[in-house]
Design a protein around this ligand. Structure first.
Ligand code: HH2
Length: 278
């Protein structure tokens, strides 16, 4: 049976790969910091992502790039809430990228479709902030905190450890009353992982997808793409699209990307032609 991810007023049918467009309302995001800090520009870009084919628009007010400093809750709310409200009003399925229970609560009250937490709802009060709502929940694996995570990441079996952690977080959500069809899992590429760890996680995506939870993959413009291509962040579109296709081929149901139109086109071609063989 085709999985359907329940996301508040929206249902995301995963009969085909879905695209989550990234909207960073921050000053310091690694690829687009400062570009969408002004409310009007952020809203405009969110609408452009939606009309470019994004199934979800993921609004974040705190960068989680390696070395990023935390943002006070008041600042994060002031950045994201006007944008969330405006996009919800326009009928966009909005995801909110936050680790903070207060931001989760206010975004849910404003009608968001999903909460995307790189901290997998580990903050005190996070599970209870989201449990009683009907929104979709993306739990991501991160080793440590953004400030320290890339210092010297080590695992014995990165794929096995990440999967065990994510299943533990799904169980914590479900034991608080969250229905299983609201939960999706993300291995967290680049979050406390070196190049070899990221490669191993990409190779192990089929195993994560076999758990039955929809898998989210975020490789867009990340350092790994730069390490392979030698390109700076603003020239990583083609590399990111290739990585998104590979993630989908390995079982990801949702890809989180900056370059929505390019990814949507690539996915359309891949879907239409993937059966073609001589
Ligand atoms: N990556 C980033 C932020 N949020 N959420 C999920 N579920 N998966 C990811 O891989 C992921 C994420 C980092 O990327 P970006 O938002 O572009 O940068 P920054 O954190 O600097 O704002």
């Amino acid at each position: 049976m085709t999985p359907v991810l329940r996301c508040g007023a929206f249902s995301l049918c995963l009969d085909r790969p879905r695209v989550m467009g990234i909207l960073n309302v921050t000053s310091d995001s690694f690829s687009d910091g400062g570009r969408y800090l002004a409310e009007g520009r952020a809203i405009e870009h969110g609408l452009a992502l939606a009309s470019g084919g994004a199934d979800l628009v993921d609004v974040g007010g705190e960068s989680t790039r390696p070395g990023a400093e935390p943002v006070p809750v008041g600042v994060e709310l002031a950045r994201v809430m006007p944008v969330v409200r405006a996009l919800v009003r326009e009928g966009v399925a909005v995801s909110v990228d936050t680790m903070k229970p207060e931001v989760m609560r206010q975004a849910i009250d404003a009608g968001c479709a999903m909460v995307n937490d790189v901290n997998a709802f580990r903050a005190e009060g996070a599970v209870s902030a989201v449990a009683a709502s009907g929104v979709g929940l993306c739990a991501m694996h991160m080793a440590g905190t953004p400030a320290t995570m890339q210092a010297d990441p080590r695992y014995d079996d990165v794929a096995g450890e990440v999967q065990a952690y994510l299943l533990g977080r799904a169980a914590a959500l479900e034991s608080a009353g969250v229905a299983r069809d609201r939960v999706c899992l993300d291995p967290g590429f680049g979050f406390g992982k070196n190049f070899a760890h990221n490669v191993a996680l990409l190779a192990a995506l089929p195993r994560l997808a076999a758990t039955g939870y929809p898998v989210v993959a975020g490789l867009s413009r990340k350092r790994m793409i730069g390490e392979i291509t030698g390109r700076p962040v603003e020239e990583r579109v083609a590399g990111s699209v290739a990585a998104a296709l590979l993630a989908v081929q390995n079982g990801a149901g949702i890809v989180r990307v900056h370059d929505v139109k390019e990814t949507v086109d690539a996915l359309k071609v891949w879907i239409a032609l993937r059966g073609a063989r001589q």
